[in-house]
Design a protein around this ligand. Structure first.
Ligand code: ADP
Ligand code: ADP
Length: 228
């Protein structure tokens, strides 16, 4: 059974000018350790879907089950990376990545060595003491990914994490993320408007149409080389 299961999840926003159908009923699953991407043009409901899955925004109807539990609020132990990295300007890279450990009052020595290992694997090991403004956009997103993974989230949500980056950096980030996934095996939902990126990174691609956010197709990607 899939680790994440959405059944007939839909959303209508009530606005003064009338109701906005942000998402028509969607149903799909994410198997444990797999990456599922949602692709579609702007306004098709991708971010709405992500917020529902995060438990930030309630669905109007349908059911979201994560690890056998129907969600009804913010999902514990979840990692999120947005398009903008949201690093704290006044903290160095390592202290930014350590933030979730501080908030969770985790064992600092253990999590610090995990933070350093993750940052090294992501290629930012030489920048631990730098402040965010000293880093390129790609480096900052790597730090944001390390922060999201620090507490070994049961679910990782990536909301267009690379779309603010230039094409070359995006390619590099995709390769890094794919390699990282081979070790971390985290269950991931990736929102992107790049079909190429979705196909490159994911096990399954959910394709949405422009309006009103209907699912057009769910495509399972068969990779030429099987994953470990
Ligand atoms: P995407 O992430 O694919 O660009 P969104 O999920 O942000 O799409 O938005 C889907 C639709 O819902 C859009 O028509 C958008 O204008 C509308 N929408 C999003 N958030 C709200 C809101 N808080 N109130 C009203 N309408 C909203
Ligand atoms: P967009 O239309 O969003 O600009 P592109 O068509 O330029 O997207 O590229 C889509 C993305 O797919 C690229 O940014 C790249 O990161 C990723 N991608 C596709 N194939 C590969 C590959 N073989 N190696 C690495 N990244 C790839």
């Amino acid at each position: 059974t899939p680790f994440v299961k959405l059944s007939g999840v839909h959303k209508t926003y009530e606005a003064e000018t009338g109701n906005v159908r942000a998402l028509d009923p969607v149903s799909f699953g994410i198997d444990r350790g797999h990456i599922v991407s949602v692709v579609g043009p702007s306004g098709c409901g991708k971010s709405t879907l992500l917020r529902i899955l995060a438990g930030i925004d309630p669905a109007t109807g349908g059911q979201v089950v994560i690890d056998g539990q129907e969600i009804s609020g913010p999902v514990p132990n979840m990692g999120i990376v947005f398009q903008r990295d949201l690093l704290l300007d006044w903290r160095n890279v390592l202290d930014n990545v350590m933030l979730p450990a501080e908030l969770a009052r985790a064992n600092m020595d253990e999590t610090r060595s995990r933070a350093v290992a993750l940052l090294s694997e992501l290629g930012v090991g030489d920048f631990l003491n730098r402040l965010p403004f000293e880093l390129s956009g790609g480096m900052r997103q790597r730090a944001a990914i390390a922060r999201a993974l620090l507490m070994r989230p049961s679910l990782l949500l990536l909301d267009e994490p690379f779309s603010a980056l230039d094409a070359m950096t995006r390619d590099q980030m995709n390769v890094i993320l794919q390699r990282l996934q081979q070790h971390e095996r985290v269950t991931t939902l990736l929102i992107t408007h790049s079909i190429a990126e979705a196909v490159f990174l994911s096990d399954r691609v959910v394709v949405m149409s422009a309006r009103p956010g209907r699912v057009l197709d769910v495509i399972d990607i068969d990779l030429p080389t099987p994953r470990p």
